[in-house]
Design a protein around this ligand. Sequence first.
Ligand SMILES: Nc1nc2c(ncn2[C@@H]2O[C@H](COP(=O)(O)OP(=O)(O)OP(=O)(O)O)[C@@H](O)[C@H]2O)c(=O)[nH]1
Ligand SMILES: [Mg+2]
Length: 357
Amino acid sequence: MKIGILGLPFSGKTTLFGAITGQSGGFDGGQQASMATVPVLDERLDALAATCDPKKITHALIDFVDVAGLSADESRDRAQATLTPIRDADGLLHVIRLFDWPSAPPHPRGSLDPLRDVEEIQTELVIADLDVVERRVAKLEKQINKPTPHQEQDKRELVLQKRIKEVLEEGQPVSSMKLSKDEDFLLRSFQLLSSKPMIQVINVHEDKIDAPETKAAAEKLGPGTIIISARIEKEIAELDEEEREMFAEELGVGDPAAHRVIKACYDVLGLRTFFTGTSPQEDLHAWTISVGDSAWTAAGKIHSDIQRGFIRAEITSYTDRIAAGTLKEAKAQNMMKLEGKDHVVADGDIITFRFKV
Ligand SMILES: Nc1nc2c(ncn2[C@@H]2O[C@H](COP(=O)(O)OP(=O)(O)OP(=O)(O)O)[C@@H](O)[C@H]2O)c(=O)[nH]1
Ligand SMILES: [Mg+2]
C-alpha cells in the first residue's frame, strides 16, 4: 500500500511526512521524493499475540512518499517530474495549509483558502492526466486501422479514452466518472492521478486545532478530511513514549498523527485487514486488502504460489478466534469455515490457506 503526499508549496508536506514516519524527509540533488514505510498499529494483533505466543509479529505496512510542492506556477515538465514518484500510489494525501506563521515562507497565493487550494491541486492532477490520455488517444487513432490481433480491444479502449478526455477537459477528475470493473482494469496501467482516492489533511497551527473556523473549513471540504497540526505532531513524534502521551494529552491533539492519517487512509481507500499465523510459534502477520476482495486475492498478497495452488481457505472470524482462545479450540467448536476462491474476506478474518504447488 502506497500513499503519495502532495500539496501546494510550503503547505507542510515534509513536516507531516516527518510526523507520520519519524524520518526527516526532504530531498535534494537528483532525488525527486522521499519514501518511508510505517507499520499499521492494530490492537487486534496484540490480542491475538497474547493467545498464541508467536515467533514473530509482522504488522501491515504502508509506504508514504513526500514530493515537492505542486502548483499552477510550475512548468508542465516540472509538474510531471513532481508527480512521477506518486503515479503508482494507491491513494493521495493532500496537505492543505491553514496555518499562519510569520517564520514560515508565505502561502504562495498570499492568503489561506482551503477550497481554492483543493481546486488548484485538482486542476493540476487533471492537466497531468490529460497529458497522458491525449497521448494515448493519438497513438490509438494511428494504430486503430491496422489489422493487428488487438484491433478490437484498441477500438474499445479508444472509446473509453475519449470519454475520459472529455471529462478531463471539463476540469473534472476521473474519480467523478462511473466506470465498470473492466474499464477500471483497462485504465489501471495508465495510473491516472485524478482517479485515485484522496485524503485531505488541513494543516493548522497548534492553537487552532479546535477553533470554529478550522472545523468549518473541514466541513466545507467534506468527508475524508482530517485536521492536524503537522509541526506539533512532528515534535511529539520525536519524544519518547512516556513524554509523548503526557504532551499529547496536554495539547489535546488526540491520537498520534500517524494513527489518524492511517485510519483515514483505511476509511477512504476502503481497506481491510486479515491475519495469518495464529498457532503457537508461527509468524503472526497482518495483511491489507480492499473491501470486497476474495480469498483468492488475499492469497496473492502473501505469495503468488499460494494463489496459483489455491485449494481452500480455512477462515475463523476475529471475535470467534479470541472467544475460543486457540485456533485448535475454534476448530473444535466449528468456528472455522472452509471457503473457496470467491469467498469475500471480512475485516479481521484469520485465514489458513491450503494450497498445492
Ligand atoms: N506553525 C506551523 N508551521 C508549520 C506547520 N507545518 C509546517 N510548518 C512550517 O511551514 C514551513 C514549510 O513546511 P514544509 O513541511 O517544509 O512544507 P512543504 O509542503 O514540504 O514545502 P515544499 O516541499 O517546499 O513545498 C516550515 O517552515 C514549517 O516549519 C504547522 O503545522 N504549523
Ligand atoms: Mg517538502
